[in-house]
Design a protein around this ligand. Sequence first.
Ligand SMILES: [Zn+2]
Length: 219
Amino acid sequence: MVPFLNIHTHQAKQQDGVVAVQSLSLTEGTFLAMPKTKPISIGIHPWYAHLENLPTNMKYLNVLARQANVKLIGECGLDRLRGEEMTKQMEILAAQVFLAQQLKKPVILHCVKAFDELIALKKQLKPTVPMIIHGFSKKHEMAQQLMAQGFYLSFGAAVLKSDEIASVLKEIDQPFFLETDDSNADIVEIYARVAEIKKISVDELKDVIFANWKKLGLL
Ligand SMILES: [Zn+2]
């Protein structure tokens, strides 16, 4: 049976019928007990990243990210409200995008109030690996702008509450992804809501998301 696919969670719990990518940050220390078989993503989260630690972080990331069960690099990204100043965050992100490109693995991105900088960085680095913005909760125009720049979007628990995001999802005709992130929401519940928004069955949505994962080489 086609599983429910959760592209980004911070929880380690396993759930029947669900394939989830657990996201680990090198700044957490938990990477020392990094799972060897189940799908994970690993990167340097912008909330906890420090530029002076970048060389050490990257030394580890360079080794760990090669593991076969590491499906994505990240979450990494830019956050105007937390973490280092923006130019330093951009340097930290660039290093991870560069590694993702070397390893041919997609990037899972965190972005808060720094979309212009993120677009500029992508234009500058021109990565060919997929760049997925997780937890997208902005308006339709922003979604269109990002997809026009070649970004993919992933939607989380906000779809359960926001009509704005529902209307973004309704219109979206590019591959997209679903996630729970750090919420306690059930990925099955998110699928149910998105199926309702897209006016398709949950089974049809499972096929769509499955195909999207395949397209990006995540399965
Ligand atoms: Zn996250």
